[in-house]
Design a protein around this ligand. Structure first.
Ligand SMILES: C[S@@+](CC[C@H](N)C(=O)[O-])C[C@H]1O[C@@H](n2cnc3c(N)ncnc32)[C@H](O)[C@@H]1O
Length: 470
């Protein structure tokens, strides 16, 4: 009985956050709730592009959203209040908060899928892929030999091997892996493709989507790529990562994977614990995880404070231990600390990643300009702003910089943009995280972290490897 009451309350919280089938988030969310989640939408371009705060990684969301206020607003909505009345008083707060975080996570994924169904956003995504040049290809190429070694070991041991790709899209992550293998090895490999988009796992759906202009470019589906390499079998699972454990085929796949790979996909989820938990269950003992993703510390909070050199910063960025006095220093509300020195050898300082992503968004570094379609001179301005703020011990606030410097400035008119006044529907707050948050989630899933390495030439792309111990 109690369980049903909790479920009712959770269902009402989900509706209050706009998770109503068939309705876009904007239509379905009550105004006062939307204002908390999307506080920048009323600002002029480009600040309005900060987007819905359910995109911010779960670990940082409380640095951006006043969760207590949001919970109080939701609890006031009539259907939620009625559902909560049936839950014992002492459990109401826990039920409300648990449901709220589950709903924030689902809403974050839904916002991503709504964006991908928007034809204007598609044009922008094609342009963004152009701006990020060959870096994703390099990341996929660098990750491949590790996966190949694992597949070969399994083939030598058992005569066959299973490769799982989380978010295979058009097959760019599996192609270099299968490319390395000899044809007779490929014939012993089963490829499991997990993607929420049908186009990734079903070539017919991809062809239809291309015909009707629903995809960004003439790309194959990962299913086609795997089949063309002549693998033993292709298993297609259409599922969001978070729902994977509930998929009817999940049980039969548990403990079968020799290697789980993923490229540029996991950050699309606001919370990643469900993804890594499912990945850990898919792996057999001795199986490996080899993922790469975009990540940086810039979305820790809207106000970023640079911590002293060698300070140990907490995962949420809210506190650090002073390296000299050993005292714990706490950041004010809406603020978080970033590191100016690398936390480990071979990794860049968080501040270097923050500079790289923020210039990528503003004016870029060459005549192609930045993702928000301004010229490279604006990146120079941003660097000066950051230098001055840091020297004065003041926080770097990217939205404030955009508001004060870029509102009303001339934008570039380049392919992909209809005219310079058209705002990009692409929102810049994505679930990008520095690698330590993935490492912690991987550990919570029961896997052992082996290494994290950055893709040369960028402070934003990193590869993480882990193992499910024998
Ligand atoms: C940027 S593409 C990456 C494709 C490929 N791995 C590569 O490196 O080019 C991201 C893929 O992840 C999928 N994806 C994003 N969020 C997802 C989620 N929550 N659950 C399942 N698939 C998701 C998308 O549909 C898309 O195919």
């Amino acid at each position: 009985m109690l369980r049903t009451q909790k479920t009712n309350a959770s269902a009402e919280v989900r509706k209050a956050l706009g998770l109503t089938p068939g309705k876009s988030l904007k239509e379905a969310t009550p105004e006062e709730v939307r204002r908390v989640l999307d506080p920048y939408s009323q600002f002029p371009y480009p600040v309005s592009q900060a987007g819905d705060l359910t995109r911010v990684p779960r670990e940082y969301v409380e640095n951006w959203i006043n969760v207590r206020k949001l919970a109080a607003q939701i609890a006031k909505l009539a259907p939620v209040a009625t559902a909560l009345e049936k839950v014992p008083r002492e459990q109401r707060e826990t039920v409300l908060h648990t449901a709220l975080f589950e709903a924030l996570n689902k809403r974050g994924s839904q916002a991503f899928f709504e964006e991908w169904q928007n034809p204007e956003a598609k044009k922008e995504i094609a342009r963004i892929i152009g701006v990020s040049a060959g870096k994703p290809k390099e990341a996929n190429d660098q990750n491949a030999p590790y996966a190949v070694e694992q597949l070969r070991t399994s083939i030598a041991r058992r005569g066959n091997a299973t490769l799982v790709d989380l978010g295979p899209g058009s097959g760019a992550t599996i192609a270099p892996i299968l490319d390395f293998l000899k044809p007779e090895e490929r014939r012993k490999v089963t490829v499991v493709l997990v993607d929420a988009m049908k186009e990734a796992i079903d070539e017919k759906a991809m062809r239809n989507a291309i015909k009707s202009g629903k995809v960004i470019a003439d790309l194959p589906s990962a299913e086609k790529v795997a089949k063309e390499y002549g693998v033993k079998d292709v298993v297609s699972i259409q599922s969001a990562f978070d729902d994977l454990e509930q998929h009817p085929d999940f049980g039969s796949l548990e403990g079968t994977a020799d290697i789980v790979v993923s490229g540029a996909a996991i950050h699309h989820n606001q919370s990643v614990d469900g993804t890594f938990r499912a990945a850990a269950k898919l792996l057999r003992r001795g199986g490996k995880l080899a993922i790469w993703d975009w990540g940086h510390a810039a979305w820790k909070a809207q106000n970023l404070l640079v911590a002293p050199a060698d300070a140990q910063i907490s995962p949420s960025g809210k506190t650090y231990v002073d390296p000299r006095t050993k005292e714990i220093v706490t950041a004010p509300k809406d603020h978080a600390f970033v590191a100016q020195t690398p936390k480990r050898s071979g990794t860049p300082a968080e501040l270097a990643g923050v500079k790289e992503i923020l210039t990528t968004w503003t004016g870029g570094t060459d005549e192609k300009g930045g993702l928000l379609k301004y010229g490279p001179e604006h990146s120079q301005k941003l660097m000066t702003y950051m230098r001055q703020r840091i020297a004065a011990g003041k926080p770097v606030n990217f939205l404030e910089f955009l508001n004060e410097n870029l509102v009303g400035q001339k934008r570039l008119n380049r392919p992909g943009a209809q005219d310079e006044e058209t705002p990009t529907p692409y929102l810049f707050l994505e679930g990008h995280r520095p690698p330590e948050l993935y490492e912690q989630s991987i550990k919570r899933a029961g896997l052992t972290h082996e290494e994290t390495r950055y893709v040369p030439g960028s402070n934003l792309l990193y590869i993480i490897r882990a193992v499910k111990k024998e």
